[in-house]
Design a protein around this ligand. Sequence first.
Ligand SMILES: [Zn+2]
Length: 349
Amino acid sequence: MRRITVLSVAGAVTVVVAVTSFMLSRTLAVREPIAIVTSAKVAEPPLITGTLSSRQVPTQVQVPSPSAPPVASLASAEVFPISSVASPRPVCGNPDALGVSRVVEIDTAGGPGFGFEQFKAYDFLRDREVVLTFDDGPWPGNTQAVLKALADQCTKALFFPIGKHAMWHPEIVKQVAAAGHAVGSHTWSHRDLSKLTVEQAKEEFEKGVSAVRAALGTSEASFFRFPGLRNPPEMLAYLGTRNVGIFSTDMDSFDFKIRKPEQVVASVMTKLKKHGKGIVLLHDFQHPTSLALPALLAQLKADGYKIVQVKSKDPVITLPEYDEAILKEFGSGTVSTRPTSSVVRTVSE
Ligand SMILES: [Zn+2]
């Protein structure tokens, strides 16, 4: 098992240096605006991926106890890669919980793609079934609020953390996995892979996978989502060789453009009503989304939607050279994996 110092003082210096270029890359990834009008009255500034200065930690956050193949991918047309999985039902203290109606396991051999916005081969959801996905985390406060809302409803989701965020907050990624959610990856620094060379894009992908592994201390789900849902054909082919499942979406909530929690709920429910089912893209990175989630889950339950939990048949396999690159960039070769709060403590100010 690889062990590193994730947030040592030296690592923090690296983070500061990385922030400027990272902000620029996030700007490039913004997609088309949505019809929902945002409110100028909301005091909260939007979070920008990768910027430490935009941290907002909600008060009274409680952390749940750990407890036909895609056109351009290499998946085989003959092998439907999903199967329902018998799984013991965890004890749920909420008799009215949304819960999990079905658990599916995905065989990611050949790099199958999911989500009708881009991949139409594998339509595995039944009417009124929903897969919840959360991108761009982990982020202090927001991710834990999402975890608490999911735990309160005894339901499960799929997370796509950004590599740098995972390295900054490995303890939060561990909380996500400990709560039983699937953890995929979402590149190292959220760059638009369609604007990079193939080699640069591969590095963004591989470092993202290695970062999540380093944060967790073990390999997780072999799932990936492209930043901005921009998937160059060369990378679809590459992910096929890496046996990584690709998640697009059936409906994008565009929550990263919404400042009011109730509008996040309305965005998701309106699109679900239109589609009848689907893989929903949300962001645990976004504070309004974290605030919206209890109401969103309650509304899903009230409207008769059912949550499908998605698992990866096999864990993702990282490449040693990128595991080492992560160590050099963040770990300085040491083996401590303690969180910053236990390494650096303010004793006087
Ligand atoms: Zn993203």
